[in-house]
Design a binder for this molecule. Structure first.
Ligand SMILES: Nc1ncnc2c1ncn2[C@@H]1O[C@H](COP(=O)(O)OP(=O)(O)OP(=O)(O)O)[C@@H](O)[C@H]1O
Ligand SMILES: [Mg+2]
Length: 288
């Protein structure tokens, strides 16, 4: 089995190297994370930057934003870097507040929305389409981000901080693996296509944290969040990086090697094997 995965990984590395050679290199990010632009690419999903600006004006979002962040917005999830907050009565975008870097050493006269170029307007990978700067003083402002909202339930156990092998985490782990194992092969194939498309457009995924996957049961889609716009020329993903996330990262490995309940370990192993099998089949079908 390991040899088989290695063989697949060699194919993938080769393919992504080929893709990387074809790709035009993007400028490295400067002091500011994103570039302000007025380009319009359009989106068939109606969740483009332009739609966001229209919606924000109509609902007076900039006056309500602080209140949503501090009080009325439900927390959808939290990771190593940020907290993602639901915007009430809105299913197109969410708010992402960074835990450590909200303060910007740059004044602004009034709250402004800036565009982050969407390189894949027709594919929702939870990409950030805007950032908002709110004035604090002449020299300071506060910034938060607007990613496109992804559907689904957060997958697996968050890798940071390292999670304990307690009953709650083990139950979540096994029910996550079970759900993933039950997803049809087509969902895995779609996931591979999405990743390759995003990779070619220059987005970088973070497969370290399984919580960056969201399982959309209704549409049978394996969705991702937490993508970064590219700041380097190429990304050499190993497909084993994705498999690591699909098998619930560090928690998955730790649990299989633990002395916990043998029956539960047996279940985790059974679901993990199904996931591996579907994943490998999906790669073989998609990477020709
Ligand atoms: N676009 C989105 N749509 C819906 N939910 C989201 C979205 N982005 C993030 N979330 C939820 O919020 C959680 C934390 O967000 P995110 O992964 O962006 O934070 P992070 O701090 O960058 O995470 P990490 O620890 O992976 O670096 C996610 O695991 C997910 O459950
Ligand atoms: Mg994350």
């Amino acid at each position: 089995m390991i040899m088989k995965i290695n063989a697949i990984n060699s194919i993938i590395t080769l393919k992504s190297n080929l893709a990387a050679n074809r790709r035009i290199s993007l400028p490295a990010m400067q002091n500011d994370t994103f570039t302000k632009t007025t380009s319009f690419k359009g989106s068939k999903n109606d969740d483009s930057f332009q739609e966001f600006v229209k919606w924000a004006e109509k609902t007076d979002f900039l006056s309500n934003a602080d209140n949503i962040i501090d009080k009325t917005g439900r927390i959808l999830g939290s990771g190593f870097e940020g907290i993602t907050i639901e915007i009430p009565n809105n299913d197109k975008w969410v708010i992402k507040v960074m835990k450590r870097s909200n303060l910007i050493q740059q004044g602004c006269e009034k709250a402004t929305i800036c565009e982050v170029p969407d390189k894949l307007p027709d594919l929702n990978i939870g990409q950030i389409i805007a950032y908002v700067t709110m004035p604090i003083s002449n020299t300071l402002s506060r910034r938060f981000y607007i990613p496109r909202k992804q559907k689904g339930e957060s997958y697996g156990i968050n890798n940071t901080p390292p999670q304990k092998l307690n009953k709650k985490n083990i139950d979540t782990h096994i029910s996550s693996l079970k759900k993933m194992a039950q997803f049809p092969l087509e969902a895995y194939k779609q996931m591979i296509r999405d990743i390759m498309q995003a990779n070619d457009a220059g987005y970088i995924f973070d497969f370290y944290n399984p919580n960056n996957i969201m399982l959309d049961d209704e549409n049978k889609r394996i969705n991702f969040v937490d993508v970064d716009p590219a700041c380097k020329e190429s990304v050499n993903y190993q497909f084993s990086d994705i498999l690591y996330a699909l098998l619930d990262g560090d928690f998955g490995i730790t649990f299989l090697n633990s002395n916990e309940d043998k029956d539960l370990i047996g279940q985790a192993k059974k679901y993990s094997d199904i996931i591996k099998e579907k994943f490998e089949k999906a790669i073989q079908d998609e990477i020709k």
